[in-house]
Design a protein around this ligand. Structure first.
Ligand code: NDP
Length: 297
């Protein structure tokens, strides 16, 4: 199989490509970026596109996907497209209309995965899956207790297929990953390259992940970059990884993640970098019911 088409099986039988293209960008650049860089990402081989209502650029991402379908680069079924339900539409009766709005913007009949952006119940999403508007349903930013609560819910029809969370060598989510694996939930890593350090969200005093000397040394040994080491690390531990880039050189470079392998010693050294640094703390939610990051994992 073409390694760039590497996928993992979800607990509902669908498959998700292990490398995804992140489309979040700060408000002022989100739209034009999506029009320029999403088509390019598809051209160089990305087949998993991570979108969300909150990113305010689904219309542009949708145009990009349609452009690449129209010019014959891909077919709809080649693309794995995720969207996410934002907090303003968490009331059950608002869920399906929110998904339908995203579908309209994306110009799609269905998404491959619909995710609850922040912790909440899954019931209304199950109905969207039954209606064929999404192939799979998942969650994001859930801690293990919140996952457990969902999994233990009487009458649960579909388990979430994934939990999309911040994950990188400084916050490697080892315990949450083990928990997810034991329940056949795929962990999807965001901020895998250390986040875009957008000032509204990220504490500027946190160290820059891609400047880490251990990552740099391993990169030098493999004649790759620290970014590729951070992405490869996730794939080798069974994590689906997202990579953002608004630079064509980087978007192309990130496809090289399939061209090399880390040794067990490399992986051990990267495991040793774990230091509980969370770039996206979502301070606005602190103290609110459901705020997920007060638990250890
Ligand atoms: P990443 O950690 O993936 O990337 C950070 C930055 O790394 C990019 O902005 C890019 O800079 C740079 N970069 C990309 N490739 C390379 C490379 N090869 N070498 C050096 N630098 C590189 O960013 P995000 O925090 O955006 O996370 C990725 C995606 O995850 C988002 O776009 C979004 O889709 C999703 N996400 C989900 C969240 C959730 O709550 N569910 C929260 C946050 C993100 P530049 O932009 O300058 O090119």
């Amino acid at each position: 199989m073409d390694p760039t088409r590497q996928k993992v099986k979800l607990n509902d039988g669908h498959f998700i490509p292990v490398l995804g293209f992140g489309t979040y960008a700060p408000e002022e650049v989100a739209k034009k970026e999506a029009l320029e860089f999403t088509p390019f990402a598809i051209e160089v081989g990305f087949r998993h596109i991570d979108c969300a209502h909150f990113y305010q650029n689904e219309e542009q991402v949708g145009q990009a996907i349609q452009r690449k379908i129209a010019d014959g680069t891909v077919k709809r079924e080649d693309i794995f497209c995720t969207s996410k339900l934002w907090c303003t539409s968490f009331r059950p009766e608002l869920v399906r209309p929110a998904l339908e709005r995203s579908l309209k913007k994306l110009q799609l009949d269905y998404v491959d995965l619909y995710i609850i952006h922040f912790p909440l119940a899954l019931k209304a999403l199950e109905k969207c899956k039954d209606a064929g508007l999404t192939k799979s349903i998942g969650v994001s930013n859930f801690n293990h207790k919140q996952l457990e609560k969902i999994l233990n819910k009487p009458g649960l029809k579909y388990k979430p297929v994934c939990n999309q969370v911040e994950c990188h060598p400084y916050l490697n989510q080892g315990k949450l990953l083990d928990f997810c694996k034991s329940h056949e939930i795929v962990l999807v890593a965001y901020a895998a390259l250390g986040s875009q350090r957008v000032k509204e969200w990220v504490n500027p005093n946190h160290p820059v992940l891609l400047e880490d000397p251990v990552l740099s040394a391993i990169a030098q040994k493999h004649k790759k970059t620290a970014a590729l080491i951070a992405l490869r690390y996730q794939i080798q531990r069974g994590v689906v990884v997202l990579a953002k880039g608004n630079n064509k050189k980087w978007i192309k470079e990130n496809m090289q993640v399939f061209e090399f392998e880390l040794t067990p010693e490399d992986v051990k050294a990267i495991d040793g970098l774990n230091r509980n640094i969370r770039y996206y703390e979502f301070h606005l939610g602190v103290g609110q019911p459901g705020y997920p990051f007060s638990e250890e994992y």
